[in-house]
Every structure is written in structure tokens, then in C-alpha cells.
Design a protein around this ligand. Sequence first.
Ligand SMILES: CC(C)(COP(=O)(O)OP(=O)(O)OC[C@H]1O[C@@H](n2cnc3c(N)ncnc32)[C@H](O)[C@@H]1OP(=O)(O)O)[C@@H](O)C(=O)NCCC(=O)NCCS
Length: 163
Amino acid sequence: MAQAHPKPGLRPFLPADVPVLAAIFAASIAELTGDDYSEAQQEAWMAAAEDEEFGKRLAADLTLIATLEGSPVGFASLRGNDHIHMLYVHPAVAGQGIATMLVDALEKLAGGRGAQSLSVDASDTAQGFFAKRGYTAQQRNSVTINDEWLANTTMKKALGAGQ
Ligand SMILES: CC(C)(COP(=O)(O)OP(=O)(O)OC[C@H]1O[C@@H](n2cnc3c(N)ncnc32)[C@H](O)[C@@H]1OP(=O)(O)O)[C@@H](O)C(=O)NCCC(=O)NCCS
């Protein structure tokens, strides 16, 4: 019988996850970033999942998948030992602590790899989430994705002994 409040799980990325992660990526951008980015910017950003580099990067980075009742609902990736490269949560489960669980795990993994701090180029949508976790803004960036300019903010957090 399905639980009323299924407990989220975490597992490592598998190559077969790429299509479902591409769908989560697109849905998350389409439904969660509209207050911060124009439609043209959202479309250019979403199209990045159609590139074969998308799956290659997930495989090259340390990518974790959050699941609910066994199905992927979000993912996050650690590049090297000290940079969060991706963090996307399906809009149907936004605000339920999925990103918190993913970033908690990446912070522990980064600490375990010897990182003193963790950085992220946070979207304007995710900036509040990271600020709440103690990340501070370092610099504003503009990146081109599929001929559209998108702004983000490099944010950084020191990883304490307790991480
Ligand atoms: C940003 C994102 C990953 C947050 O995922 P989520 O699973 O909804 O986050 P959580 O439920 O773990 O939120 C944890 C806390 O951060 C807060 N928070 C979440 N998104 C926030 C936002 N955009 N602004 C401010 N606070 C936010 C929540 O209110 C919650 O606070 P609480 O603990 O006091 O209730 C999700 O909105 C997303 O996928 N956005 C679109 C893609 C994107 O921009 N990715 C980032 C690329 S760097």
C-alpha cells in the first residue's frame, strides 16, 4: 500500500537515468524559473538537455538522484570536489525538502573529498535556497546558453568540521 507521505530516497546516477533527468530538468526550468527568466531564456536553458553533453556531464560528475517511491524526482551533481554543478527538482514535489536532502549529501561528499568550501553558480531562482543554507554571493555572471544570455551568481560556503 502506498504511504501517505513517502520518504524520499537517494541513490547514485545510472546512465539509464538520462531521459528522466532531462525531463525533470526541463519541467523544473519551465515551471519554477518563470519569475526570474524570460521565456526565451527558459527555452534556451531547457534545450541544453537535448545536447548529448547533458548525459556525459552527469556521468562525469558525481550525480545523485532523489527518489520518491523509487522514481526520480530531482538530481544534483558535484564537479570535482568543491563545485555544485546541477540542482533540479521536479515542480510537482518542490518545497518538500528534496533539494535540501540532495545538497546535504553533496556537502558531506565534498567534505569527505577534502574540500574546505563548496561553490555554486546559482540561478536567480535558487539564490534564496542557497542563501538560506549559508552560501554567500561572490560575483554576478552572465553566461550564454544557445544564444541567450542568462545571469547567475557564484555563491560559496565554508565547510565546517561538522559537515
Ligand atoms: C531551487 C530548487 C532546487 C529548490 O528545490 P526544493 O526541493 O523546492 O527546495 P527545498 O524544499 O529543499 O527548500 C528548502 C528551503 O529553501 C527554501 N527555498 C526553496 N526554493 C527557494 C527559493 N527559490 N527562494 C527562496 N527560498 C527557497 C524553501 O522555502 C525551504 O525553506 P524552509 O526549510 O524554511 O521551508 C528548485 O526550486 C528548482 O529546481 N528550481 C529550478 C531549477 C534551478 O534554478 N536550479 C538551480 C540551478 S543552480
